[in-house]
Design a protein. Structure first.
Length: 178
């Protein structure tokens, strides 16, 4: 089976994943309809493992909830040396060249990897390691903050394959690498 690295993320209309203070509270401004997950559960069911950046990992830990992932999680970090004891066996630390990191993950049998975290996504795009992106736009203009995308040496062509509207106001687009 061919390995696929996938992104599933929400942005503001102007492309930010966090506000100027690095907060994501604005994501909760949408009045969620009961049971509407905007495709997240289906997406998670279709992946084998998660590669997330350190900042995203620390953000999830800061939510003060039980660990929300049932799939293996790999945290990309050069700073962390260990994970909390309760996450041992659920979270592995990885670092190094991204191609090698993915090769190691894929060789462990995890061929559909969810890439999460702004810096990690940007780094993967720079290395042309993203095969699919699902981007959900929340109808807010933040005017600054943490941008999903950064500078690239060359463009990367994707093809739009699906668009959905949720709750009458949230637009989700799915793109696959050409």
């Amino acid at each position: 089976m061919e390995a696929k690295n996938k992104v599933f993320i929400a942005t503001s209309i102007d492309g930010y994943i966090a506000d100027k203070e690095g907060k994501i509270d604005w994501l909760h401004d949408i009045a969620h309809a009961e049971g509407e997950d905007m495709g997240y559960v289906s997406f998670i069911e279709g992946i084998d493992a998660i590669l997330m950046g350190r900042v995203t990992f620390e953000t999830v830990l800061g939510f003060g909830i039980d660990w929300p992932y049932t799939k293996p999680v790999f945290v990309l970090s050069t700073k962390l040396t260990s994970v909390p004891k309760e996450l041992e066996g659920k979270v592995d630390l990885v670092n190094g060249n991204l191609s090698d990191v993915f090769k190691t993950i894929h060789e462990k049998g995890y061929t559909k990897v969810y890439v999460d975290g702004g810096s990690t996504i940007r780094s993967c795009l720079k290395e042309d390691l993203i095969d699919e992106m699902t981007i959900t736009q929340i109808p807010i203009v933040l005017g600054g903050g943490v941008n999903l995308f950064g500078d690239l040496e060359h463009s990367i062509k994707f093809k739009g394959v699906e668009s959905k509207v949720f709750l009458g106001e949230v637009i989700q687009n799915r793109f696959v690498r050409v």
